[in-house]
Design a protein around this ligand. Structure first.
Ligand code: TXA
Ligand code: MG
Length: 335
């Protein structure tokens, strides 16, 4: 799209502005990606910072903008099996089964990469993470780009993931547009799996639960989410960290160190007597789906109040509670 530059500026796409997801905006944003720039796109999990996956210079801008270490590989986002075959080779049968069941959706598979995938995307590994998002705006954008789009979560490395367009405004780089998709429905990143040595490995719990995966492929799943030597830096112990200290407590547990400057996130309920400057329940109904969708939003909200401590109540580690607790433990790891 030649001469799109002026149009983009006119529409505000050349500044850090959140733009509505009209067909025209999506077409122009796709053209910007093809020209090597970045675009913030909504997905059903979290917002992603997207670049042309086959353009190493464009991809390097992702690392620069996020302040992300080059040893942390990116996920390629696709919209059809043709793109899958362009990106991966030798997909094992259990992975095919999972793909069939859970794509499009919050599942990333780590498979052997094709020669088209630049080293910078896979951080030098022979494998690549691939996901087919279900979000209509992400789909339309990738289709318009016409090739896979590499996209990590659109936050500064190690910080809280973005579930609303406003959360991505802190990014400062060659970002052509932030496409407004409202709040992310799932609210927590995709589940990452890999099949090797005849077993299925869970590298990161996420939007598709362990229970769902086990049911689909009746395989014993090896959980590797907190490896000491991370194969995937999503496994790094401290991640998703607010600026404030985050401390995990049990329901009803007495808070011994309550300063006048604390926030609280309860699972189902807030606390009746407290000095919290702000508190909210993650999921008044107890639904873990609701809890996952609100987790990062509440962390962003509390963190913006600059409390000394954010206390968060532990949740049951079943279904989505597994992914939620994984994120919360990492958020609290620096303390
Ligand atoms: O839901 C999601 O997955 C979101 C949205 C935007 O799609 N993306 C996301 O990307 O969470 P990111 O970069 O924040 O996390 C991707 C994780 C990283 O921790 C990375 O280490 C791991 O995926 N990963 C990527 N490629 C890998 C590979 N070849 N082997 C092992 N882990 C890999
Ligand atoms: Mg991330």
């Amino acid at each position: 799209v030649n001469g799109s530059k002026e149009l983009l500026i006119e529409m505000g796409l050349d500044r850090k502005l959140i733009v509505p997801p009209t067909d025209e905006v999506i077409r122009m944003a796709a053209a910007e990606i093809r020209h090597g720039r970045l675009v913030v796109m909504p997905t059903e999990t979290v917002y992603g910072l997207a670049a042309d996956a086959f353009n190493p210079i464009a991809v390097s801008k992702i690392f620069e903008t996020k302040n992300r270490p080059f040893f942390d590989p990116l996920i390629c986002h696709i919209t059809d099996l043709e793109m899958l075959n362009e990106t991966a080779v030798d997909i094992p049968e259990p992975i095919e089964k999972l793909i069939e069941k859970f794509w499009p959706g919050p599942l990333t598979v780590v498979v052997t990469k094709s020669s088209k995938v630049p080293e910078i995307v896979s951080a030098g590994l022979s494998t690549v993470g691939i996901r087919m998002p279900s979000h209509p705006i992400a789909k339309k954008l990738i289709q318009n780009v016409g090739r896979p789009v590499a996209a990590p979560s659109a936050n500064i490395f190690g910080k809280i993931s973005p579930t609303q367009p406003e959360h991505t405004l802190e990014l400062d780089g060659d970002v052509a547009a932030i496409i407004d998709g409202g709040k992310c429905e799932v609210g927590i990143e995709s589940t990452i799996v890999r099949y090797h040595n005849n077993s299925l490995h869970l590298l990161r719990p996420g939007g598709i639960t362990l229970e769902q995966i086990e049911e689909c492929c009746s395989l014993n799943v090896i959980i590797e989410e907190s490896a000491k030597l991370p194969e995937a830096p999503g496994q790094l112990e401290s991640h998703y960290a607010p600026n404030s200290n985050l401390i995990l407590i049990d329901e009803g547990e007495k808070i011994t160190h309550e300063t006048t400057n604390c926030c609280f996130i309860g699972y189902k309920r807030v606390r009746e007597q407290s000095n919290f400057i702000y508190q909210e329940a993650l999921s008044p109904t107890g639904s873990l789906t609701l809890a996952a969708s609100r987790l990062f939003e509440l962390l962003h909200k509390m963190d913006s109040l600059n409390p000394e401590i954010i206390y968060v109540e532990r949740l049951p580690e079943v279904r989505l509670g597994h992914a939620i607790m994984n994120r919360l433990r990492k958020s609290s790891a620096k303390n």
